[in-house]
Design a binder for this molecule. Structure first.
Ligand code: PHE
Length: 331
């Protein structure tokens, strides 16, 4: 039995010495193969007296099991080493990719839109929404622009090939949300409606065919042009800071009367045209089932993209949509 014990120990050190699978299988054959001490001993079993054979056979099997385990364990260890080396050799340096996968942030336009909403919500407005695909009723007719009206030509509308000709379109301004809001809600109404708008303009440094506007609508008792001017002034100061001034210039829109264009002052003293506004035209109130004798309102609408371009001093508005990460990352 002590000879067997020695055999197991020898097998262990032989297995430990084997550096690769070939060496290991050589050693394995030495200890477990046909010509091994163990196999020889098994052949000799028959020479033992009958009463001892069974016990000796069990011992031999036990030893064989131990030696087999030794080689299996070593084989697993060698395989792990090989894989480890392989992983090391095939490892990729992905640190550069991780760099470009770093956490992103909201787009400049979305940031501005959120900020605008915050400013108006702080002034008591709620946020409304409408669809980007509109019918002629919401985009034009209810806004006091019948189909013969020359103002339709000012809107460079993109029509959708659906229903009657020029009946369905991508909204050319956010003013249809005024109508949708007044149809659904009784005054008093204080809403802003930011969203995407579309015109046939080709993209250049100051135009985008898909752009963003924010609409404002107030309908209440005794609302005047003074409330409109004050609201625009407060908003401009809250958004840009107290050094920026606003002014109104007489203008024309079919859905407001009187109408004005509003500008904000640039640091160099010049004025930037931001949007249009005015007192809601009585016909628009009537179209939405609101009595103009009882209620008055004002509305305004302006481009968010332009406002962003002005705030960040962009000289080409197209920067906002070409998705160059080097540009976007700055904000
Ligand atoms: N909808 C107008 C435009 O897109 C702006 C506007 C809104 C004017 C509300 C007056 C009142 O040009």
């Amino acid at each position: 039995m002590s000879d067997y014990q020695k055999l197991v120990e020898k097998a262990r050190s032989a297995a430990a010495l084997a550096q690769n699978t070939e060496e290991l299988s050589g050693a394995r054959t030495d200890f477990l193969g046909k010509k091994s001490v163990l196999s020889e001993a098994k052949k000799q079993l028959g020479l033992l007296p009958e009463g001892e054979r069974a016990a000796a056979g069990r011992d031999l099997n036990e030893i064989r099991k131990l030696i087999e385990e030794t080689f299996t364990d070593r084989e697993t260890a060698i395989q792990d080493e090989i894989w480890g080396l392989q992983f090391e050799a095939e490892r990729l340096d992905i640190s550069e990719r991780l760099e470009s996968l770093r956490r992103g942030h909201l787009h400049l336009i979305t940031q501005a839109r959120d900020h605008l909403e915050d400013v108006f919500v702080g002034m008591g407005f709620t946020v409304a929404e409408g669809p980007e695909v509109e019918t002629a009723w919401y985009n034009f007719e209810a806004l006091n622009i019948p189909d013969w009206h020359p103002a339709r030509g000012n809107f460079d509308t993109i029509f959708v090939d659906l229903g009657d000709p020029e009946e369905v379109m991508l909204r050319s301004h956010t003013s249809p949300v005024q109508v949708r809001t007044m149809e659904k809600h009784e005054p008093p109404i204080y809403i802003v409606a930011p969203g995407r708008t579309f015109r046939t303009d080709s993209a250049d440094a100051t135009h985008l065919p898909a752009f963003n506007q924010i609409e404002g609508l107030v309908v209440d008792n005794g609302i005047t042009m003074g409330d409109l001017a004050g609201t625009i002034d407060s908003f401009v100061q809250a958004f840009f800071g107290s050094e920026v001034k606003s002014r109104l210039r007489p203008s024309y829109f079919p859905f407001t009367e009187p109408s004005a264009e509003f500008d904000i002052s640039r640091p160099d003293g010049s004025w930037l045209e931001l949007g249009g506004c005015g007192m809601v035209h009585p016909n628009v109130l009537l179209n939405c089932g609101i009595d103009p004798e009882e209620w008055q309102g004002f509305a305004f609408g302006f481009g968010i993209d332009r406002l962003v371009a002005m705030r960040y001093g962009l000289d080409d508005i197209r920067e906002l949509v070409i998705n160059d990460a080097r540009f976007l990352r700055q904000f």
